[in-house]
Design a protein around this ligand. Sequence first.
Ligand code: HEM
Length: 421
Amino acid sequence: MAENGLAMSEEQMNLSSLEFWSLPKEARDRAYAHLRQNRPIAYFEEPDWMFTSDGRGFFAVTKYDDVFSISRNPTLFCSGRGAVSIPDLPPQFLEFFGSMINTDDPRHSHLRKLVLRAFTPRRIEILDQRIEELAESLISDIAKKEEVDFVAEAASILPLKIICEMMGVPSEYEKYVLDRSNIILGALDDEFLPVGKSVEESLIVAAVELTALMEEIGKDRIANPRDDITTSLVTASVDGEALSASELASFFILLVVAGNETTRNAIAWGMHALEQFKDQRQLWFSDFEANSVTGVDEIVRWSSPVIFMRRTATAATKVRGVDLVEGDKLLLMYGSANRDEERFSNPDNFDVTRKESRHLGFGGYGPHQCLGAHLARRELHAIFSEVARVMPDYEVVGEPSYLFSNFINGIKHLHIRPNVR
Ligand code: HEM
């Protein structure tokens, strides 16, 4: 395949190899385009670089319609057998990572209901003022400087503070939470992997430490209930039973990690996209509100911060003519589905006015659809509204530094000059 002057062999398009995940995003996007056209349900061997492997391998699902329909058929393509990661969760991981994202109904909807209330659009509206206030203060601090790492000073701070406040985590623990959530979703990257520790050990230590924090906050909330999510969790009952210690731990970890790692990257990619597509910046920022709904969703479509979630076939079936047997693993490749030329016109263009979106960046509209989507949209809106108001002429300095990961499309550092006149 030779597009845009860059050739890639079939061998290089191997989603099981570590080399593939070290390629630039543009190259991976080109590989997805090739897969969509030639092998839309492509089999890959089990990676040999993960902490565990069952040798079964997986199918990468790269077309929009397939990701959408598989997401909406949890009876045939479930989340609760093994995990939504490539390897099944080993027993020592279940206690910390066996959260609702890895369950099916009826358990899943019981668990989801416990926290749903905190994430409804009405509830998020109440948070709006706080989100805007924070965005304003972060961007005004940045505007005073000559050059900053936008990820460190804004993109990672806003989602972190908001999810910690929602969970009732004291502010002095925010950095503690950030460091541990970075390890959980960024453990392949040397910058986040603690020196001298294996990925497996680092994940467990980070999870144990977050669990200890949750236990401490939880004990306090049993005695002194407050209006936060941790209070809802420690006082909840499902079918008359309180959540078990491991259900509490994995819930807490899921929420702080999901609330942090995704929106941060969407914000960073948004800044990067608006540098690459300056006409879109000009168009959006000249009348921010007019294009803010489509602009925010375009950032999520274009960047697709979550690379995939896995589903497992519960019976023999066929997808696009490919035979699957019970137990087969399917990776829903959101970034590829979001660039599907059969669904989106000029999919590689970043277009803040794109109307036909219904993108899959927050999932395929099934039962596990992102719980934090409204929250993430409000956070993105708040940050970009301030960027448009205070530093519309910012410039990106040098190349961003990208996260090495096969699960999160991340930007670790993005240096900018605010260029405030
Ligand atoms: C731009 C930011 C975000 C992106 C791109 C994103 C993406 C996703 C995706 C792709 C899924 C899986 C959907 C599926 O399997 O069908 C998901 C699930 C989830 N997300 Fe988000 N997310 C974002 C922000 C957030 C935030 C701020 C929170 C707040 C805690 C959050 C909490 C969750 C939870 C709890 C789930 C699991 C839901 C379930 O299993 O029922 N996400 N997200």
